[in-house]
Design a protein around this ligand. Sequence first.
Ligand code: NAD
Length: 481
Amino acid sequence: MHELPKLHTGLYIDGHWVPASDRGTFKVSDPATGKVLAEVADGGIAEARAAADAAAAALPKWSAVPARERAEILRKVHGLMMERLETLARIITLENGKPLSDSRAEVRYAAEFFRWYSEEACRNLGSLSHAPAGGYRIMVQHQPIGVVVLVTPWNFPAAMGTRKIAPALAAGCTALVKPASATPLTMLALAELLEEAGVPAGVVNIVPSSRSSPLVDHWLHDPRIRLLSFTGSTEVGRTLIKAAADQVLKTPMELGGNAPFLVLDDADVAAAVDGAMIAKMRNMGEACTAANRFYAGAGVYDAFVEAFAERMRAQKIGHGLDEGTQVGSLVDEATRDKVDELVQDAVGRGARLVCGGSRVPGPGYFYEPTVLADVPLDSRLLAEEIFGPVAPIVKADSAERMLELANATEYGLVAYVYSGDLARGLKLAEGLEFGMVAVNRGLVSDPAAPFGGMKQSGLGREGSYEGMQEYMETKYIAVDW
Ligand code: NAD
């Protein structure tokens, strides 16, 4: 009933499916049942080297393919992903735990990066101008940066990969991809589609591994590599930036978040609750964009807490593949334990438990949708990434106080604001120290928009035209003319 669709479980290097040279494998399990889904080839240093050889060899030819031809291949990948949407969604749910409806939404979002960058590939504009002093011309071109390393997390196994692969290929780069060891299957399924769409051998190489640190470190010290794009925790990102410094690599980083969700006194409470459900519960809260802490004005506080809790109580918990499931299993035991630890910490400090607050017994790592009100400001819930279906709410007596509380974090990825007065909402948005702000919306992710964070939430942007710039070098040629 919860069978995995047929797929390759080898390493995808230079257009071939190969085992690890030491024949090593690691297990991938369904977090909702604990059942082993597959044994995946476990890449090591020898495979890292082979993948880098393949990517380096493929680079001159791929970067010379006319942009229009590269664009057509990317467009085909989009089409194939949409055609195989159900199969891909099923794989995501099985290895990650999220409900099928979330997985379908992820596949659409993930595929859209290929469509967006198929269009963007042809808009690699340069310039030619007269030097102001006269006597020569200033010519500016953008060239692919070279071989790139792409390291992705487990929470969006398709989208976090395509958000990097599509712009890298559009720019003319070749890639080494290391998916998260908890969820490598989606990326392996994607490799089959890339091949089918006509991506040449060696252009994208996929190396799952249970030994991320030495493998990625090997790449970061290979002189043929020019960029590391990483999505994951701030802690690991910081370590990788340091390692990447040895070769002065470009390091776009999409790291952790601690998103505030502000409900002003003049907000439409029903709309704010709709937005809160999306911002909190998409992916069961396992998202860097997840609303992590809620601040509501005194005038709407009680109504917001009650209406939000009512929706949270009504959420259907179950296996992600089961009909009607809204809340699936968290990815592993450690993630669930951390969620519970943060909830107990807040309760211990005096927070009021409005609903939820417990692990769900039985197999899998389910946690009840939880609302906590009157959460003390020193609670860990307000300072750390929760990564679970838990909403801590704090009463704030003015918009200025909300802004102050919202900005008091080392993270700066995304913030949400609800206000009945658009000008007030926008003014607040301008003062929020976050790379993205949603005004009267619970979702920001869009391939056409620059996604990324300020402060310790990251470096650079993914999506939009900016996302492709990361994969290019700007070259200036002075021409005596
Ligand atoms: P993680 O940092 O543990 O792992 C991310 C990736 O890095 C995985 O592929 C992992 O195998 C690899 N990795 C781990 N340690 C490594 C090391 N020492 N050297 C090289 N590679 C290493 O993160 P995660 O638990 O997979 O994902 C959750 C985190 O990702 C959260 O903090 C979340 O906020 C963040 N995230 C950020 C964004 C964003 O766009 N800003 C998007 C999704 C997730």
